[in-house]
Design a protein around this ligand. Structure first.
Ligand code: ATP
Ligand code: MG
Length: 321
């Protein structure tokens, strides 16, 4: 995948493994292959939804993009620049342009800091406060739908949705290009989820942001994302425009995931229940990693890793195509 000028992010054959240690001398007995050869790209202003079951490696992929985990191999190009070529202290400016919002704002907001300090911490660090710190913070809060009265309050005084708004204000404070949203609405009530999603969409328009939007909830991703990437056991099995992936998923794994999404008004597809457990990411199956659970498995799937098949903007890694 060649990086194009309009790509904000290009990931090539990325692998992130965690050593598994046993015994008193903590000998390495194997590796959890959390991310195992992922290639992806994101365009400027694009929302890429990343979906897949728990443990498939979504958070690890995001943390690697944010340089919070060190990959064992592969490349991450951000705005065309290779992140692995930078040392930590050189990353400052680049790091500013990449921000994250977590699922649990209770854990990600320091309970001892008031909202003013939370949303201006990065601005102060980077010497980016415009005018008076309070009025800068109040402007950020108004962007996320909170009033000036929030400035001197502490995280525990807010509801879950309001806390997520504070996290968003903090994330946009440094005027990033890309925000990784790791399950940002999963802990919220459905009505609050919709408000936060609409806020994220409005901020994308206003600031030309890109989001890598991680969720296990396909109906949320189908609503917010321009394109969807489906992940299984450390690999991407399918990517494509949201409408295509939601309506005509090609990979049997995507088909199974989607068959579980309630679709009101539409004739409900038959639910595909996958047999068996997800294999351990320490010992992924040979060939196609999904073959042990695939309802359409063929002999070749047990031997050969499927290559990418492209039709238009829809990509799939499956021997059926
Ligand atoms: N720091 C770590 N050390 C060892 N193993 C890890 C570490 N972080 C994640 N893993 C393992 O890597 C795999 C992928 O985990 P990850 O958290 O990326 O999945 P996920 O798709 O985000 O799951 P969820 O939907 O539950 O958040 C899992 O098997 C997990 O146990
Ligand atoms: Mg996760």
């Amino acid at each position: 995948m060649e990086p194009r000028p309009r790509h904000i992010l290009t990931i090539r054959d990325l692998k992130t493994y965690f050593p598994v240690k046993r015994g008193v001398i903590a000998r390495t007995v194997g590796y959890v292959r959390a991310v195992d050869g992922v290639s992806l790209f994101m365009e400027k202003k694009e929302i890429l939804g990343l979906v897949g079951e728990s443990g498939c490696g979504k958070t690890t992929l995001a943390r690697t993009v944010l340089m919070l985990e060190k990959p064992v191999s592969g490349q991450i190009l951000f705005s065309g620049k290779d992140l692995s070529g930078f040392r930590r202290h050189e990353l400052g400016d680049l790091r500013k342009r990449l921000q994250i919002i977590f699922q649990d704002p209770v854990a990600s907001l320091n309970p001892r800091m008031n909202v003013l300090d939370i949303v201006t911490e990065g601005l102060v660090q980077h010497g980016m406060v415009e005018g008076n710190r309070e009025s800068h913070a109040a402007r950020l809060l108004s962007e996320v739908g909170l009033g000036r009265d929030a400035l001197y309050r502490y995280p525990h005084e807010f509801s879950g949705g309001q806390r997520q708004r504070i996290s968003i204000a903090r994330a946009i404070s440094l005027r990033p290009d890309l925000i990784v949203c790791d399950e940002p609405v999963s802990a919220l009530d459905v009505s609050v989820q919709a408000q936060i999603i609409n806020l994220l969409l409005a901020l994308r328009e206003r600031h030309g942001l890109s989001y890598l939007f991680i969720s296990h909830d396909l109906s949320v991703v189908g609503y917010i994302a321009d394109r969807i990437a489906v992940m299984y056991l450390g690999r991407i099995v399918e990517t494509g425009p949201s409408g295509d992936v939601m309506e005509t998923p090609k990979h049997p794994y995507s088909q199974a995931l989607l068959s579980a999404v309630p679709a009101p008004g539409v004739h409900r597809k038959k639910r595909i229940v996958l047999s068996g457990e997800t294999p351990s990411p320490m010992t992924p199956p040979p060939g196609c990693v999904f073959h042990t659970r695939c309802p359409k498995v063929m002999p070749v799937c047990r031997r050969e890793i499927p290559k990418e098949t492209v039709s238009g903007r829809h990509h799939v890694w499956c021997h059926l195509y």
